[in-house]
Design a protein around this ligand. Structure first.
Ligand code: SF4
Length: 292
């Protein structure tokens, strides 16, 4: 049996930065410290933060005092206004790459362009981005939603930072048919693109692949979809305990990949679990290759 860990797996720059900011804020501030929504989409990390005294609060109305940390996904200008009105101290942990996309949306809105944002309408990053568009933004989740759109002389299109590149390309192709002058901004971040590439390469070399990460994590979900297109024996797991011998049946080479919010310990636990399961059924030697 061989286990191969995908290149570029694990926490991305924006998530590491947000975690560092949250922990430093807790050390330096007295009183309540909360994050508006989960800092990252990973249940183990969130539980760890709660133990350290950083509460994760979903609804704005429930944050009444102390310091509030804006997570890496960012928020709309409206949310900043409400937080200021509540007289809360704001610590901004928005990923600098997301900030750049927010500035781009604001600039395009100022130029009076229709802005197509390719992403999930429920995702916090998208809810934040749409707030910078001054009513000129339109969220598109897939290429079929472009079909009913009218022909326009000018449009701009950009993507959620964690979007699937393949899906973005499909939406752009559909928009070309509907727009005379289409401005395309590939705003999928470098971390996301390298993880997607590494996962699709890995899916074509292994017999089973485990995508480790929180179910609410957009980028981890995209890795699952990408791998599943190539390899039907792809599994999305939140923790190592979900790996069963049935999932490993017939697999000689097993891949593991994780999203931008998957901590290294979750990957290590998955390796151990696979080895334990395998040992119960075989005495063959196992080999681990790490492509990180
Ligand atoms: S996935 Fe990219 S944009 Fe999102 S937090 Fe990580 S580095 Fe920033």
């Amino acid at each position: 049996m061989e286990i191969i860990i995908a290149k570029n797996t694990g926490l991305c720059y924006g998530v590491k930065l947000a975690l560092k900011i949250a922990r430093e804020t807790r050390r330096r501030r007295d009183g309540k410290v909360s994050t508006l929504g989960e800092l990252i989409h990973n249940p183990q990390v969130i539980a760890d933060l709660e133990n350290q005294g950083v509460a994760s609060i979903e609804a704005l109305k429930d944050i009444k005092e102390g310091t509030v940390i804006i997570r890496s996904h960012g928020v709309s200008p409206e949310i900043y206004k409400i937080l200021k009105k509540k007289k809360l101290e704001i610590i901004d942990a928005t990923c600098p790459i997301v900030k750049k996309i927010q500035r781009l949306v604001a600039k395009l809105a100022q130029e009076n362009k229709e802005i197509i944002i390719v992403g999930n309408k429920e995702h916090p990053e998208i809810r934040g981005l749409i707030g910078y568009s001054r009513g000129r933004g339109r969220i598109v989740e897939n290429e079929t939603q472009v079909g009913p759109m009218s022909f326009k002389k000018k449009r701009a299109v950009l993507a959620q930072s964690t979007q699937d590149l393949y899906l973005f390309e499909k939406v752009v192709s559909a928009l070309i048919e509907k727009t005379e002058e289409l401005q395309v901004f590939n705003t999928i971040c470098h971390s996301t693109q390298t993880r997607q590439r590494a996962t699709s390469e890995l899916a074509s070399k292994v017999n089973a692949l485990f995508i480790v990460g929180g179910k609410a994590s957009s980028n981890t979900g995209k890795l699952y979809q990408i791998s599943k297109r190539i390899l039907p024996q792809t599994y999305f797991i939140e923790s190592a305990g979900q790996i069963t011998p049935k999932m490993l049946r017939g697999a000689r080479i097993i891949g593991i990949s994780g999203g931008a919010s998957t901590p290294p310990e979750a990957i290590e636990a998955a390796v151990e679990r696979i080895q334990q399961n395998f040992e119960q059924h075989s005495h063959e030697e196992s080999r681990i290759q790490c492509q990180r």
